[in-house]
Design a protein around this ligand. Sequence first.
Ligand SMILES: Nc1ncnc2c1ncn2[C@@H]1O[C@H](COP(=O)(O)OP(=O)(O)OP(=O)(O)O)[C@@H](O)[C@H]1O
Ligand SMILES: [Mg+2]
Length: 468
Amino acid sequence: MLRSSPNPFASKTPGTIDLEISDPVLMLNEVAKRYETTERVLMEYVDNALDDAEALYRENGNTYPYPIQIDITIDRASRAITVLDNCRGMTRETLERVVRNVGESQKRGLSWVNGRFGFGVHAFRAAAESVSFQTKHAVSSHHILTVQREQHRGIKEAKRLDDPFPTDNGTGCCVTVAGFDRDWFQSVTTDSIKAEIENHFERLIARPNLLITVGEAGETRQPCQPFPYEQIEGSTLQQTLEVVYKEAVYPVTLVCQIANQPLNRPVSFFARGRRIGQVTEIKSFMRKSVHKTSVWSHPHLVGYIEVGEIVQPIINRDDFVRTYGRTLLYEALLPVETQLKALLAAVNEERRESTFVQFEQTVQQVLKAATSGTSKFMVTFGEEADGKRRVWWENGRLTINTSHPDFQARLRTSRLGNPRPSDRMSAYLAGVLSVYGTAELADVEERAARQIDLMFTLEAELREMQKK
Ligand SMILES: Nc1ncnc2c1ncn2[C@@H]1O[C@H](COP(=O)(O)OP(=O)(O)OP(=O)(O)O)[C@@H](O)[C@H]1O
Ligand SMILES: [Mg+2]
């Protein structure tokens, strides 16, 4: 007997074909693999809390109506991490819809919030077994709903809870990501999450009445602190670029500071107050950039570029979608890069000088050690305008001419132009110093022998120092 089986390709409208995802769990889990760190996964849940806080902020004339608190708790014993906020929470209907309708974002088209994909809640799939949403909205009861990473059908609907919601105002959302894979959990600490939040949301946490805290279960909470740009000594380059695309103007804000001290906190791209990544991590921009890391990872340069709406982040928000808007943004940034390069040149010059001072001290130390403290002269580095002499001797001081071609040929520099030790340089200095270090010996034979000896000792010592 022939039995008719339902055709999986049958469409609801005759003559048309509808898209079907045969295995949504597999697809969601695969997409989540784009997240590279646990901290970055967690940022999606903090992001949602901040988006909800943003609605309150806007409704209240661009200030938070009450102190917003977002708390992240690491529970090591059960390998779980919780993000609790005291914002508006979700109604039961929203909660169930969020779980059922993957890829649907009510925020799409709202420029003041960050969400757009309806995928953030699925970020846990990269790293953990399950996510639970416990939430209470003013017009709905307290509910909990749990989603397992491997579960497609039969997800239990939201369960009502009788306890009060654990925030001072009684509403909010508590997301628990549980069953972390060991590998993803091991390196997570209060400090690593705190650092990620301080970097990722640095534009938002500076606002009054917003507190984000992190801590291990049962331990004291650590508050996330905004980066103190205003306390940094140095010069500032602040610009609003106006990128024109299809007759609309898109503002892009760039705030860079050239600090007097190295801070090693490279400039980052931000979109809607959320960090996309360090400028040098954005490969598509690095391909266009002329000065690359010598500007954007310069240890003295700090700041941010808020890109606004001219570009859109990709789903895991660590790069921009390839669009013509992106090309225009990058082109607009190139002249600023040139400007920064020029401003940093002065810093590089100063750094070069101070590195030479350190280098000088090292050479002096090595000379002292190699001659068992009997060396009678000082060594300095200097420049001579016409650059003809390799060295010159003056009042017990031997100056090594850094502008001489022989010195220059052996000088290795870092990408920022700072001198770096090298074997050839060590051999050069050892040769020169050994001549002056033994010059006072009258006997030719003895002098030659001592000179050779000193030359090799100096070279070996310089190489040792260089390794350190
Ligand atoms: N802490 C929260 N408070 C209130 N609503 C929340 C919270 N977390 C999630 N939601 C709701 O769940 C929805 C889905 O969140 P999800 O992060 O998946 O998508 P999105 O934020 O809209 O977009 P994106 O994928 O770009 O983050 C949100 O649009 C919001 O309605
Ligand atoms: Mg989101």
